[in-house]
Design a protein. Structure first.
Length: 102
């Protein structure tokens, strides 16, 4: 199997920030939901885009994101993976996050 790109950058508003928890190995873990709204051009036409994406962050990124509140605008980047090995649902695994000043 060849290595393919799996990179995602998304900005939006946090709608849910779960309490910080820890893996059995003691690594901080945070789950959240992000609401994205924008206008994109597709096939030469403007299109309104709205989507809510579930995500998770680990380690230092999780600790930093745990300080953010619902309603906070953020820009995140990371990669997509299945929610778990038995699920087809995708979630965003965040490797970088920053609050956006309004």
């Amino acid at each position: 199997m060849s290595v393919e790109a799996n990179e995602v950058a998304l900005s939006g508003e946090l709608t849910t920030v779960e309490p910080l928890r820890y893996t059995p190995a003691g690594i901080p873990l945070l789950s959240f939901k992000l609401m994205h709204r924008s206008r994109q051009t597709e096939a030469g036409l403007k299109r309104q885009v709205e989507c809510e994406m579930g995500g998770m962050a680990m380690a230092e990124v999780a600790v930093a994101m745990s300080r953010l509140k619902p309603g906070q605008p953020v820009k995140v980047s990371g990669f997509l993976n299945r929610k778990n090995r038995m699920s087809a649902q995708l979630i965003l695994h965040v490797t970088e996050a920053r609050a956006i000043k309004e």
